[in-house]
Design a protein around this ligand. Structure first.
Ligand SMILES: Cc1cc2nc3c(=O)[nH]c(=O)nc-3n(C[C@H](O)[C@H](O)[C@H](O)COP(=O)(O)OP(=O)(O)OC[C@H]3O[C@@H](n4cnc5c(N)ncnc54)[C@H](O)[C@@H]3O)c2cc1C
Length: 275
């Protein structure tokens, strides 16, 4: 997401420069890709926050974990600044216009990206076939737009991650850093494919045997990345007051912080209620 955000910003900045010269040629693409990514990324973030809560069991549900207020303030982003369903209709319209290019573009060498491209290409062709039928109302195709948009946005995210690794190499980052970023990029791609296996199995793009291999690769990547997870999160350098969590803090002194937070809570200074 970070790599995609950087790319989106540079797309936006070069579009602004073009607009100043009266050139509007990139406006439709920037609008469609940013609409699609807004829907996909905010959906992923809200869902994954809830996954983080579950990973911490009952502690995750506690107010002191910081997750509950983070989630409560984040989840409306699925509605504001463009409802996530409506935005997918806009990106799907753009993709429908691109359908000719999408179906004639040669396959990329990278297997992961080829899988994402294939899925998005098939879904846009399916949507075009359905939308062209007599009497079809565009807003009734909301679910098809949603499915297509997320397939396309996942492709954009996976491609940005692959490009991000190549950029880190070009910048001369250490071999260890490149190896970790490559694992992260692979895990994102393979996990995203696994989460939508139905789309890939529907037209036999992936075989049942490949599904098993995919699951094994994901497990291997998770094991290889386990020791780097804390470092990767720390790399964002979020300050403690921003995270506002007794469980996630720089010093890792979880139990003392939980105890102190419980002591500060006003309700713990009152006697328990009867009944
Ligand atoms: C916390 C929060 C802060 C906000 N802040 C601001 C703000 O600062 N300024 C501001 O102007 N607004 C703000 N909003 C409003 C926000 O932009 C709207 O809530 C949002 O655009 C959705 O519009 P709506 O509420 O009318 O829902 P609706 O458009 O009525 O949507 C309701 C449901 O119907 C579906 N739906 C609607 N139309 C279609 C269609 N054509 N086809 C298929 N499905 C459809 C939607 O997907 C959704 O599931 C805020 C909202 C929230 C929750």
């Amino acid at each position: 997401m970070l790599a995609t955000g950087n790319k989106m910003r540079s797309m936006y900045e070069s579009m602004l420069e073009e607009l100043m010269k009266g050139d509007v040629s990139s406006l439709a693409e920037v609008h469609a890709i940013s609409s699609g990514l807004k829907s996909t990324c905010t959906t992923m973030a809200a869902t994954n926050m809830e996954d983080c809560r579950k990973l911490m069991g009952g502690h995750g549900y506690s107010y002191f974990s910081g997750i509950s207020h983070l989630w409560a303030s984040y989840v409306p982003s699925n509605t504001y600044e463009g409802d996530n369903f409506l935005l997918t209709q806009q990106s799907a319209r753009y993709l429908l216009k691109q359908i000719k290019d999408a179906t004639t573009e040669p396959e990329k060498p990278e297997m992961q990206l080829a899988a994402f491209e294939h899925r998005a290409g098939r879904l846009v062709a399916d949507l075009a076939a359905t939308a062209m039928q007599d009497g079809v109302v565009w807003s009734d195709l909301n679910l098809e737009c949603w499915r297509l948009n997320h397939a396309h946005s996942q492709y954009v995210l996976a491609r940005s991650a692959v490009e991000g690794v190549a950029q880190a190499k070009a910048q001369g980052r250490s071999a260890e850093t490149i190896a970790v970023l490559k694992r992260l990029s692979d895990l994102f791609a393979l996990h995203s494919i696994q989460a939508s296996l139905g789309d890939y199995l529907e037209d036999y793009f992936i075989s049942p045997r490949q599904c098993q291999l995919l699951r094994q690769q994901i497990k291997d990547l998770q094991a290889a990345l386990a020791d780097d997870v804390v470092g990767l999160v720390d790399a964002f350098d979020f300050p403690d007051h921003y995270v506002n969590s007794a469980l996630g803090s720089a010093d890792g002194n979880v139990y003392q912080r939980l105890w102190d937070a419980a002591q500060r809570e006003e309700i713990n200074h009152r006697p328990p209620l009867f009944g």
